[in-house]
Design a protein around this ligand. Structure first.
Ligand SMILES: NC(=O)c1ccc[n+]([C@@H]2O[C@H](COP(=O)([O-])OP(=O)(O)OC[C@H]3O[C@@H](n4cnc5c(N)ncnc54)[C@H](OP(=O)(O)O)[C@@H]3O)[C@@H](O)[C@H]2O)c1
Length: 339
């Protein structure tokens, strides 16, 4: 329709090891007709999640894999150009699962993520970060799985990222002592000075296990893990009886060629120092998403949560921006502005 040309990034090949720009193709297509219950959106922002690396693997995970030749799946924000759904009109700013393309024609009640009009005062940057997938994940994982209690010691890995930075600040709001683990001096400075963590460990230049013992002399009550592997192992050498180990993600293994990602070798420590280790998916938040977003929004407005976004620019840079997550180049939520 419209005879308008749409640019799209499609999956060219299943990545072997570390994902690369050549795993994607830039193609041009025509924009299809807008069907009943659908909207046409002109994208302004694309959001990135490490889980997208799992979506381009062969085989089923918690969502269907993106097929070779299909538009890369991703959340984003944009402006409604045409609507055939009662809840939206042209000119509305919306978020949804729009993919790596300039224009998207999507079902408003999409199964993975419905198209939502952004409330007044909520920018696309906020909707895609602290009030979006990663903020809500931090909320669910920290509060419902980690259950931090006042005075407890909480350690967060991947702490300067979109999810970790919010998870740690939620634990601060609950009255905990919070230590973050991140790669590099600048991220560690940001954690302490701007996100008000009580301490930070630079896993790229410090011995994580030794620093954990120094910074958490009474042990770890809640470990919120985004990384897996050796960092998770270090936490399982330092937790206390009754600790909650929250498995949010394991990014250190996402680009591995090994069939099974590494570690933790020492999981038997959960028996000798009895504790729970529990994974979760954001979808478990269910009908509480609205309440969670409302509470997160209040904490931002009250200055209790400081959120960071890393905004790259240009549709030509869409795949390159994805790689930043796996090279630790992002501070806070990784976005790309495309329109
Ligand atoms: N369970 C759920 O429902 C759910 C939902 C959303 C996200 N997640 C998970 O949450 C985690 C964080 O996601 P996010 O979107 O907030 O990403 P993010 O933390 O903003 O970005 C990824 C960060 O991971 C770190 N990293 C990359 N490779 C690493 C490695 N080999 N070892 C250690 N750290 C590494 C990098 O920071 P450094 O510079 O510090 O290395 C990078 O900035 C991911 O594991 C993701 O899969 C889970």
């Amino acid at each position: 329709m419209n005879n308008m040309v749409n640019q799209q990034w499609t999956l060219a090949a299943r990545p072997q090891g570390m994902v690369k720009v050549e795993d994607f193709n830039l193609v041009e297509t025509e924009i299809p007709e807008v069907g009943e219950g659908q909207v046409l959106v002109r994208l302004t922002h694309i959001a990135y999640e490490p889980a997208m690396r799992g979506w381009i693997r062969e085989g089923e995970s918690y969502v269907k894999p993106v097929q070779i030749g299909e538009v890369m799946r991703a959340a984003g924000a944009g402006e409604v150009i045409e609507s055939r759904h009662d809840s939206l009109k042209s000119g509305d700013t919306v978020s949804g699962m729009f993919g790596w393309q300039q224009y998207a024609v999507v079902d408003v009640e999409g199964a993975l993520l419905p198209v939502q009009k952004l409330p007044t005062g909520v920018t696309p940057e906020m909707a895609l970060s602290v009030l979006g997938i990663t903020g809500l994940t931090a909320y669910y994982g920290m509060l419902r799985v980690g259950k931090p209690q006042e005075g407890e010691t909480v350690v967060v890995s991947g702490a300067a990222g979109a999810t970790g930075s919010i998870a740690g600040q939620i634990a601060k709001i609950k009255g905990c002592r919070v230590i973050g683990i991140a790669g590099g001096a600048e991220k560690c400075r940001w954690l302490v000075e701007e996100a008000r963590f009580d301490g930070a460990i630079d896993y790229k230049s410090e011995k994580v296990g030794k620093r954990m013992k120094e910074l958490c002399p009474d042990g770890i009550n809640v470990f919120y893990d985004n990384v897996g592997g050796e960092i998770l192992e270090a936490a399982l050498n330092n937790h206390v009886v009754g600790a909650r180990i929250v498995l949010c993600g394991g990014i250190s293994g996402y680009n591995t060629e090994a069939e099974v990602p590494p570690g933790p070798k020492n999981y038997m420590n959960l028996i000798t120092t009895p504790a729970t280790m529990q994974g979760f998916l954001l979808g478990q938040l269910g009908a509480d998403m609205g309440k969670a977003a409302g509470e997160l929004g209040q904490w931002v407005a009250q200055g209790k949560i400081n959120f960071a976004v890393d905004v790259q620019e240009g549709f030509e840079n869409v795949p390159k921006t994805f790689l930043r997550l796996f090279h630790g180049q992002n501070l806070g939520k990784q976005l790309c502005k495309v329109g």
